[in-house]
Ligand binder design. Structure first.
Ligand SMILES: *[C@@H]1O[C@H](CO)[C@@H](O)[C@H](O)[C@H]1NC(C)=O
Ligand SMILES: *[C@@H]1O[C@H](CO)[C@@H](O)[C@H](O)[C@H]1NC(C)=O
Ligand SMILES: *[C@@H]1O[C@H](CO)[C@@H](O)[C@H](O)[C@H]1NC(C)=O
Ligand SMILES: *[C@@H]1O[C@H](CO)[C@@H](O)[C@H](O)[C@H]1NC(C)=O
Ligand SMILES: *[C@@H]1O[C@H](CO)[C@@H](O)[C@H](O)[C@H]1NC(C)=O
Ligand SMILES: *[C@@H]1O[C@H](CO)[C@@H](O)[C@H](O)[C@H]1NC(C)=O
Ligand SMILES: *[C@@H]1O[C@H](CO)[C@@H](O)[C@H](O)[C@H]1NC(C)=O
Ligand SMILES: *[C@@H]1O[C@H](CO)[C@@H](O)[C@H](O)[C@H]1NC(C)=O
Ligand SMILES: *[C@@H]1O[C@H](CO)[C@@H](O)[C@H](O)[C@H]1NC(C)=O
Ligand SMILES: *[C@@H]1O[C@H](CO)[C@@H](O)[C@H](O)[C@H]1NC(C)=O
Ligand SMILES: *[C@@H]1O[C@H](CO)[C@@H](O)[C@H](O)[C@H]1NC(C)=O
Length: 440
């Protein structure tokens, strides 16, 4: 669609020609998709479009492995808002097919069914993509049998209601709205480790504290206000105002659980293909559990959260991916001598109110360190040093660390003797403006 460079006139003509062609091809697919219809990743495959082509359902390259494809509903310009099987990827011979029995299913090139709408034998007559972005399977009387708005993947668009009982998922992260309180919750869950709720937040909680909600619904309003409505509330609870709230125009606003475990509001201008962040539920990205992987340590350079390891006794699990987490160069059970607790200043092992895999004591810093050294399941400890007198012993097999000059806490990590600290931050180029350049 990009006009050729050189002769501007010819470029414009070509663009208009392309537009007409696209319009025609969209119009011819803006209708219902009958039983037997299918889509494939092949370049000549058509897409299924909403009546005005605001949304289309098509195969797009998988963000994680570009040779594979995901069947996604995308907003004009290419912002994905839903995908079959929550991002399940198929090879170039895969397909998305509305079977003669009325089941919409995603099939890999090998023939394996990776996802199904589960609607076989329920009278489905056609599929259609609505102007709202809702993919609907309806029966011959026009009744909705299944709709993508009731089975969200990681995104909620305007005019979609996200109710308690639904989940958004992205990797190990799950977003949900608590049924009783309406709290927005962010959870981390991974096989073999205790789940962690790293955010459970009520907005205008003084107002809802004495009310048990019945079925709270989270919505992104067209004006950019994120709110919760419920039958037992007289007025909506305002969760957040998008930075650009009130601004109108031909744009999509949506909420998404991102792969970094944060939940954000975005807006995307029609046709632009790019979304701009307007609000995030976790203001401090380093507070997202697991962001830097197991044993990873999150800190900030001047602009962004960065992931590293707690000390030189560790190395990245995948050297090319700082978010892959860290592993000990020598496992504790293989220590040639004894093990020791290496001190790391201005650092916490992340701990949340509802966490279970943690032991908490009111003891001083030395006892905190020694208790962890003596405990066979303890991997690290944090002395909060914030006046609370608290010591956290981490007994989970998955821990996240957070380092910041503003944190009073001191942490200890169990490693084989001797502990080798990281070089001081001022010796690297990721230093803060106050500490760099002083010696240059
Ligand atoms: C698309 O191209 C493939 C070969 O690349 C061909 O087998 C298939 O029939 C084509 N489909 C359509 C709808 O033209
Ligand atoms: C599609 O576009 C036309 C013309 O802009 C408009 O009148 C109509 O309301 C739109 N339909 C929907 C479903 O948005
Ligand atoms: C689909 O098939 C491709 C190629 O055979 C394979 O690499 C991929 O893992 C398969 N995907 C799933 C989810 O089974
Ligand atoms: C439902 O399917 C029928 C075909 O049986 C179609 O004519 C109708 O437009 C569809 N209704 C909706 C609401 O999608
Ligand atoms: C949502 O996630 C929770 C775990 O976080 C799980 O127990 C529940 O079954 C999920 N619900 C749906 C509808 O997937
Ligand atoms: C809900 O949110 C409020 C306010 O943010 C918080 O005090 C409360 O502990 C949360 N409830 C649960 C069950 O997490
Ligand atoms: C909380 O909700 C009440 C009732 O809707 C409203 O009057 C009040 O302004 C809200 N407070 C905030 C901080 O939004
Ligand atoms: C909630 O209940 C507490 C204790 O019963 C009371 O002090 C408070 O005023 C109530 N809050 C609201 C908003 O009704
Ligand atoms: C901070 O880290 C980000 C992400 O690794 C990187 O893109 C950026 O260049 C870094 N900025 C500075 C000032 O080092
Ligand atoms: C571990 O061994 C080193 C070297 O032998 C020794 O200096 C240190 O005190 C020992 N630590 C403990 C806790 O035994
Ligand atoms: C810092 O960056 C400069 C050039 O930008 C480079 O010469 C120097 O080696 C770097 N220092 C460290 C410790 O990485």
């Amino acid at each position: 669609m990009r006009p050729l460079r050189g002769d501007p006139g010819a470029g414009a003509d070509l663009a208009i020609l392309c537009c007409c062609f696209l319009l025609l091809s969209f119009l011819s697919h803006g209708a219902d998709m009958p039983l037997g219809s299918s889509l494939s990743p092949a370049a000549n495959s058509t897409s299924w479009s909403s009546p005005n082509s605001t949304y289309s359902l098509r195969f797009v390259p998988s963000p994680t492995s570009p040779s594979l494809f995901v069947a996604a509903v995308t907003y004009a310009g290419g912002v994905p808002v839903w995908s079959a099987g929550a991002g399940a990827a198929v090879d170039s011979r895969g397909s998305l097919r509305l079977s003669s029995s009325g089941d919409l299913h995603l099939v890999n090139g090998s023939g394996a069914v990776l996802w199904s709408s589960g609607t076989a034998g329920r009278g489905v007559a056609a599929a259609s993509l609505h102007e709202s972005g809702n993919l609907v399977l309806n029966n011959s009387r026009g009744r909705v049998v299944w709709q993508s708005f009731h089975h969200p993947t990681d995104t909620v668009v305007m005019s979609q209601s996200f109710t308690s009982g639904m989940n958004l998922t992205s990797g190990p992260y799950v977003f949900a709205v608590d049924r009783a309180t309406g709290n927005l919750t962010l959870n981390w869950a991974s096989a073999g480790a205790a789940p962690v709720t790293y955010l459970s937040k009520g907005y205008n909680y003084t107002f809802t504290a004495n009310t048990t909600l019945s079925s709270p619904k989270l919505t992104m309003q067209t004006n950019g206000i994120v709110s919760i409505t419920d039958g037992s509330l007289d007025s909506p609870i305002i969760v957040a105002y998008s930075s650009n709230y009130g601004e109108s125009g031909d744009m999509l606003r949506f909420l998404r659980l991102d792969s970094d475990g944060n939940f954000r509001a975005y807006s995307a201008a029609h046709g632009s293909g790019t979304a701009t962040e307007q609000w995030s539920a976790v203001a401090d990205q380093c507070q997202v559990f697991g962001y830097c992987g197991n044993m990873g340590m999150c800190s900030y350079n001047r602009t962004s959260p960065v992931c590293g390891c707690p000390s030189r006794n560790f190395e990245l699990v995948d050297a090319s991916n700082p978010r892959s987490g860290c592993k000990r160069k020598t496992e504790l059970q293989n220590c040639p001598g004894n093990s020791t607790m290496l001190q790391i200043d201005n650092t916490q092992f992340l701990t949340y109110p509802l966490e279970i895999a943690i032991e908490q004591f009111y003891i001083g810093i030395t006892a905190c360190r020694l208790n962890c050294l003596a405990g066979s399941s303890c991997v690290g400890a944090t002395a909060l040093s914030d006046g609370s007198g608290l010591c956290w012993l981490k007994v989970s097999n998955f821990v996240s660390a957070y380092q910041s000059a503003s944190l009073p806490s001191t942490s200890f990590v169990k490693v084989c003797f001797p502990g080798v600290p990281n070089p001081p931050v001022s010796a690297t180029n990721a230093s803060s403006p106050g500490t760099s350049g002083l010696h240059g």
